[in-house]
Design a protein around this ligand. Structure first.
Ligand code: TYD
Ligand code: MG
Length: 455
């Protein structure tokens, strides 16, 4: 009787086959199958998933809801926001991001706070020695709390053993790509290793009830180290982003079983670690040049809160047969659509112009509510005429140039007023809904009117 058996796993999507295939039937990628030896007896017996419930059905009525009170608050308003209110007991959280962006720093700070609250927390590092971690810790905080434990280890079985003995309240694994399971014959970071380590960590989280936060390095393609399978296994996926040359960082909720997705937390990297940026609008607008053609401020909804961001457009004469259209932070199809509407409805010549659009601060905008702002920034740059400094605009632009209402119009206006923007060009329908009529709040029905009143 064979004790080991081999399976083939696609390193792109984690699809499993019993034989090698040239092309994955699931995700369609070529040459991605990797042979994985599995130890049969070991897997089933000792490490099978421990189920928390019995096989008896229960009446939903009699089940008590898991309350928010049981969440572990991190002490960082921004982190709690993206988590949906804090760490949920027994959950597995993946924090992805490029190397050097600040994942280890963020989690070490969380551990500091939790340990200061009297919890026992464990930091497992497969990347740094205890001495190196201590060095980083000294930058963050001089007095190290007693409850913070370290383990420099890459063998997942040893990690499992240590967690079992210490029984911490919160665990960080830094990073999943360094963890290895000795009974699997492939290199660290391969899909089979990552999968096996994650499976064990999931059991630890579900079994012991301590949340487990896993660091995952993101590859150039933006995928969390090839194995998408990891994203399916965890409860929450957070992505840490930002330009390494600049100090602000965005933490984005990509997936969350216990809260809203598209939530964004904003941080600033300082000499002594990451700091919350509770007022992102102020932060993003702080470096805004005044009276520059092509610059428009728009309130965008990021999860549940409005944030004011600056859209910049640069329209210049093109020497190419096919003019360039480049966007950063905004959908290029949306730009193409707005350009077509401006050309067709307002006879504005963009066909012989290169067009560049940038959302300042690394924000990514997916809302159609930014259409009007995008159009105005294009017109402003085309005419080389700046818009008023105290103006905000929002509204969806339809194919015939009509301005359509957007959601959360009141939150957007409030945020703009809070920051001293006194003039707003908004959809006419939204203005009607504003009960207290305000001067400087202009409702528009068409793109032509909008351009007229804005300048
Ligand atoms: P790190 O957390 O090691 O990144 P990751 O774990 O995602 O690879 O972040 C390292 C960077 O952060 C490094 O360039 C130094 C910088 N840093 C600060 O600016 N201030 C600090 O207090 C710390 C600890 C790091
Ligand atoms: Mg790190």
């Amino acid at each position: 009787r064979a004790l080991t058996t081999s399976v083939f796993i696609c390193s792109q999507c984690g699809h499993e086959e019993s034989r090698w295939l040239g092309r994955c039937p699931d995700c369609g990628s070529w040459n991605t199958f990797e042979e994985v030896l599995k130890n049969r007896t070991k897997k089933g017996a000792a490490h099978g998933p421990r189920s928390r419930s019995t096989a008896n059905p229960v009446q939903l009525k009699t089940v008590e809801a898991e309350d928010d009170i049981t969440r572990l608050k991190t002490g960082s308003i921004e982190l709690d926001r993206v988590l949906g209110g804090g760490f949920v007991p027994g959950s597995l959280i993946l924090i992805g991001g490029e190397p050097g962006i600040g994942k280890s720093t963020l989690l070490l700070q969380v551990l500091f706070r939790l340990a200061s609250m009297g919890l026992k927390v464990l930091y497992v590092s497969g990347e740094e020695s205890p001495g190196q971690i201590r060095m980083r810790a000294q930058r963050l905080q001089s007095d190290v709390p007693e409850g913070l434990w370290l383990l420099a280890e890459t063998d997942i079985l040893q990690v499992e053993k240590a967690i079992f003995e210490l029984s911490p309240d919160f665990i960080v694994i830094d990073s999943i790509q360094t963890m290895i399971s000795p009974d699997i014959q492939s290199a660290p970071g391969t899909v089979s290793q990552v999968r096996e380590a994650s499976r064990r960590l999931m059991e630890i989280a579900k079994g012991g009830g301590a949340p487990v936060a896993i660091v995952g390095h993101v590859t150039k393609e933006g995928v969390i180290a090839g194995p998408r399978v990891l994203e399916h296994m965890v409860d929450t996926v957070l992505l840490f982003e930002g330009q390494r040359t600049e100090n602000f960082r965005l933490l984005r909720t990509v997936k969350n079983r216990f809260g809203a997705t598209h939530e964004v937390g904003v941080f600033e990297m300082t000499e002594s670690g990451l700091r919350d940026v509770p007022n992102p609008s102020e932060f993003f607008l702080s470096l805004r040049p005044s009276s520059v053609p092509g610059s428009v401020i728009v309130p965008v909804m990021q999860g549940t809160r409005p944030i004011l961001v600056e859209i910049q457009a640069l329209v210049s004469h093109s020497y190419l047969a096919v003019p360039r259209r480049t966007t950063i932070g905004i959908d290029s199809n949306r730009l193409a659509l707005m350009l077509a509407i401006l050309e067709k409805r307002l006879d504005m010549p963009f066909f012989d112009k290169d067009v560049f659009v940038n959302v300042v601060g690394g924000m990514k905008i997916q809302e159609t509510a930014t259409d009007l702002a995008l159009c105005l920034s294009l017109v402003s740059s085309l005419r080389d005429q700046p818009l008023p400094n105290d103006l905000i605009v929002f509204g969806e632009v339809g194919l015939s140039g009509e301005i359509r209402p957007v959601s959360f119009w009141d939150l957007r206006i409030n945020e703009a007023q809070r920051l001293g923007f006194s003039k707003a060009v908004i959809p006419f329908v939204d203005m009607l809904r504003e009960d207290k009529t305000q001067e400087n709040l202009v409702g528009v029905t068409g793109l032509r009117d909008a351009i007229e009143v804005a300048f």
